[in-house]
Design a protein around this ligand. Structure first.
Ligand code: ATP
Ligand code: MG
Length: 242
């Protein structure tokens, strides 16, 4: 099962969500691979790992032995690499490159593969959409984010020609701050998306940012935090729907 976490908008918690969903699945005993497709390498760094010289770009480019680049753990990680940005530009010039990631990942045997995307609709995001069984969209509850979602879903339809959208969820949610407006916007998104909004809302929680900067799982760093609880609840909702 390949789950892609995607949104072309920056800073809406794609990486945090990919990491926490991976961690929770691994905590349940699943064999999980996290894939860092962002050349900024934030997901890799959230594992406390420096961006290696070779990683996802080389693995996808060679369509071969991903194991060579995977850092084994629970979850395991296919890290970003220092040349990933160059690979992203190169793949963009190759018409059939969007199939490469699917081919690579299909050779691996994990219970779950969770893919983190860069904040754009470039070649790596396109690959991640094409490769996935399902994709989820983290959303900051703001008006333009809801509008952007429609654009993202249109793009996904072009790439995969079938509906693999599992749902959107609110991240970095602060009930006190413009709470009513945000709530209304989510109701609007829910209408527009015919209910494809997860019930779980990821609240703002400093422990999430702290655990990432320490390269630790939220489930070891602060298992009782709201962040740990919210991502457990979200992942259970995802599991119930697949
Ligand atoms: N629920 C939350 N509570 C508090 N801080 C959060 C939460 N979710 C994410 N953050 C923080 O917000 C910042 C952006 O999150 P993250 O890196 O996951 O977003 P992103 O969508 O991957 O960004 P980019 O588009 O740059 O890749 C990070 O510093 C992260 O630690
Ligand atoms: Mg990110």
């Amino acid at each position: 099962m390949i789950l892609t976490v995607v949104n072309f908008k920056g800073g809406c918690a794609k990486t945090t969500s990919a990491r926490c969903i991976s961690d929770y699945l691994a905590l349940q005993g699943a064999n999980v691979l996290s894939v860092d497709l962002d050349s900024s390498g934030n997901l890799t760094q959230s594992f406390g790992i420096d961006i290696p010289s070779k990683g996802a770009g080389e693995a996808i480019g060679s369509e071969g032995n991903a194991d060579k680049y995977i850092i084994t753990g629970q979850p395991s990680l296919l890290p970003s690499g220092i040349k990933l940005r160059e690979y992203e530009a190169m793949f963009a010039t190759q018409p059939m490159s969007f199939k490469k990631l699917k081919k690579l990942l299909s050779q691996l045997s994990y219970d779950y593969i969770v893919v983190d995307c860069p904040p754009n609709l470039g070649s790596l995001t396109t690959m991640a959409l094409y490769a996935c069984d399902r994709f989820v969209v983290p959303l900051e509850p703001e008006h333009f984010a809801v509008n952007g979602l429609a654009k993202l879903l249109d793009y996904a339809k072009e790439v995969i020609e079938e509906d693999r959208f599992l749902g959107a969820f609110a991240t970095r949610y602060n009930e006190k701050e413009r709470g009513v407006l945000r709530k209304q916007l989510f109701e609007l998104a829910g209408d527009r998306l015919s209910g494809q909004v997860f019930k779980t809302v990821i609240r703002r929680n400093i422990a999430l940012a702290e655990s990432q900067s320490l390269g630790e799982s939220i489930y070891t760093y602060s298992p009782d935090s709201n962040g740990a609880k919210d991502y457990a609840s979200l992942t259970n909702e995802i599991l119930n729907q697949i």
